[in-house]
Design a protein around this ligand. Structure first.
Ligand code: ATP
Ligand code: MG
Length: 354
């Protein structure tokens, strides 16, 4: 791309990111409001997590020439049990705010253990403080802070952006984790936010069954899940096929991509494949017709329908009718790809042995 095109592409990426950010905030907020926010329970390394959050803001802080400090008490165990994504989300918002509303000076994060015995032998209370030397918050405005869509100064917020949901979400998440959040500040004197959360101690004697998708993704052999499997992707949207191909390649799959059903049928007449991912709506020949054709000559190859998330029961029925065996929905998610591979790769191997 030339410089101008590159500039436009960067704007598109940035706009896409902020749109996604706002969407996610609104979705999170309404999920919490509806009482549908379930916390995951998995291993959390508080040190690692805090370091990565600080790193996330290091560029922004360097640009603004403000210092970032973090202190983490050595009493905090290496591993605790909780919802890493959500703890990170709270920290990202608070540290993000501190960096956003500070023009000079520093932002300091302190993580400590609280030894209140009331949490029993299997839980612990962590406390976090996020201090900045920024614009501060007037005492009479502090009660509004944690309300949804509340931003204190329209002029400032036009400059800094955001939706005013960050603190409302953080407060709800903190409360879901059995803690509390508060602020001390004076206008022009910086701000100090503190929050606490109750986490489970990690007990070596327990074998945890992780319901956490990320934990499942960390299985040591995931890189070879589809090792040597020859895969044909029929998909007319380059964005989709690209993403799918990248994911499958990461798992060791060997992929070819075609742009419609007719090309898939042609290629299958010449080349051997173990697994097919088939889009439904494609030009020239759609996925249903192509699968009907393929079934005449290749009864055994698993064909996975890649269908849009809003496809109805009827579309699924049609896919099964023509001999597709499984579905993945778009946009593709690696957890679903893993599920498909876990289901079909053993079958493919058993076919090869026979
Ligand atoms: N560290 C801080 N110093 C000064 N003002 C703050 C600080 N943190 C939050 N505020 C004020 O509280 C308001 C609400 O913060 P909140 O995180 O909820 O929203 P936001 O940062 O404006 O947008 P979002 O987090 O949704 O992107 C901010 O707009 C700002 O006016
Ligand atoms: Mg914020």
């Amino acid at each position: 791309m030339d410089e101008e095109q590159r500039g436009f592409a960067e704007i598109m990426i940035d706009s896409g990111k902020s749109l996604l950010y706002i969407l996610n905030e609104i979705l999170d907020f309404s999920k919490i409001e509806a009482g549908k926010m379930d916390l995951e329970q998995g291993p959390v390394d508080i040190r690692d997590m805090l370091n990565s959050v600080m790193e996330l803001f290091s560029i922004k802080a360097a640009e603004k020439k403000i210092e970032l400090y973090s202190e983490i008490s050595s009493q905090i165990p290496e591993r605790v049990r909780g919802d890493e994504t959500r703890i990170r989300q709270i920290l990202i918002n608070l540290v993000g705010n501190a960096v956003k509303f500070t023009e000079k000076g520093s932002v300091t994060v302190i993580a400590e253990m609280d030894h209140s015995p009331e949490y029993g032998p299997h839980h612990l209370l962590l406390s976090f403080k996020i201090k900045d030397t920024g614009i501060g918050i007037a005492l009479d405005k502090q009660h509004q802070l944690f309300q949804s869509f509340s931003q204190l100064d329209p002029a400032i917020n036009r400059k800094f952006g955001g939706t005013g949901l960050g603190l409302a979400i953080s407060k709800k998440l903190v409360e879901l984790m059995g803690g509390a959040i508060g602020v001390q500040s004076e206008i022009g004197q910086g701000a100090e936010f503190q929050f606490t959360i109750v986490l489970e101690k990690w007990r070596e004697e327990i074998v945890y069954v992780e319901d956490h998708l990320a934990a499942r993704l960390e299985l040591p052999d995931r890189n070879s899940l589809a090792s040597g499997i020859r895969i044909l992707i029929a998909e007319d949207q380059a964005v989709n096929s690209h993403l799918l191909e990248e994911m499958l390649r990461k798992f060791g799959g060997v992929c070819d991509v075609v742009g419609n059903g007719a090309q898939a049928v042609d290629l299958l007449a010449k080349t051997q494949y173990d697994l097919i991912f088939m889009d439904i709506q494609m030009p020239v020949m759609d996925g249903i017709e192509a699968t009907c054709e393929i079934r005449k000559t290749h009864p055994g190859i698993p064909v996975i329908a890649a269908i849009t998330a809003f496809a109805g029961e009827r579309d699924r029925e049609a896919c099964l009718q023509c001999g597709m065996q499984d579905f993945i929905s778009k946009p593709f998610h690696s957890a679903e790809i893993i599920r498909v591979l876990n289901t079909w790769v053993p079958y493919i191997h058993s076919q090869k042995v026979n």
